[in-house]
Ligand binder design. Sequence first.
Ligand SMILES: Cc1cc2nc3c(=O)[nH]c(=O)nc-3n(C[C@H](O)[C@H](O)[C@H](O)COP(=O)(O)OP(=O)(O)OC[C@H]3O[C@@H](n4cnc5c(N)ncnc54)[C@H](O)[C@@H]3O)c2cc1C
Length: 229
Amino acid sequence: MTIFTAKIISKKWLSSDVFELHIERPDHFVFRAGQFVQFQIPDGEKTIWRSYSIASNTHDTHIELCLKFLSEGKGSRYFNALKVGDPVSFKEPQGKFVCSNDVQAYYFVATGVGIAPIMSMIREELEVKKSEKEIQLLFGVRSEDDVFWVDRLEELKRRYPLFNYMITLSQPKPNGGWTGLRGRVTEHILHHLVSHSFYVCGNAEMVKDVREILIKNGVATKQIHFEIF
Ligand SMILES: Cc1cc2nc3c(=O)[nH]c(=O)nc-3n(C[C@H](O)[C@H](O)[C@H](O)COP(=O)(O)OP(=O)(O)OC[C@H]3O[C@@H](n4cnc5c(N)ncnc54)[C@H](O)[C@@H]3O)c2cc1C
């Protein structure tokens, strides 16, 4: 198993508890959009490993991560303390949550940092593969303060007419002026799209609920792909 070591290039907070990291992309670091990487985290005398999905596309010269900061989390604290120029070590990319070739149209569902592998897959389809397939994204976060990457999504929508996205807030602020969708992603998922392939990423409960809705409405299990964080 190859272990890569590369430096942090940039770090940017996207909301109060989500930050984006860019890491140098080592030579020979090859991955498929949607895959994740296990990072080596020092933990006292021991080493522990934590998985983070790659959010960049395969042509980007850096590796992009999108991390949720958990104040008591070991991986979270480690990454939060890193500064630009610090090295990180990680294994080869892994994972089967990747786009398959026989997809007619995509419907992506993400909550929170579950957007990370999905951003990679959407950008890969649009920017690298120049795919002519319809791509829809349903992105759920808690409140107005937790929304991030809208500028990117808007830019992708502007450049690629086959791409569209919706954001839903499960707990919008009472006087926040949010005019978009409200409620959990399960309330808005377009389950009648039986010819679409569904790619779902987020916490276990959300993934389970979305799968149940899709299967109940006739979407074949082979068309439902998921990653649980
Ligand atoms: C395939 C895959 C891809 C993933 N991709 C991403 C990604 O792109 N972005 C991302 O943010 N995450 C991702 N994850 C989740 C990530 O791997 C970690 O599980 C997550 O960051 C938490 O790890 P941690 O070390 O920070 O927390 P841990 O130390 O493992 O703690 C886990 C939980 O326990 C709580 N906890 C720990 N110690 C205490 C304590 N003493 N008191 C109270 N509570 C405590 C923490 O707050 C946390 O909620 C992915 C997971 C998988 C499996």
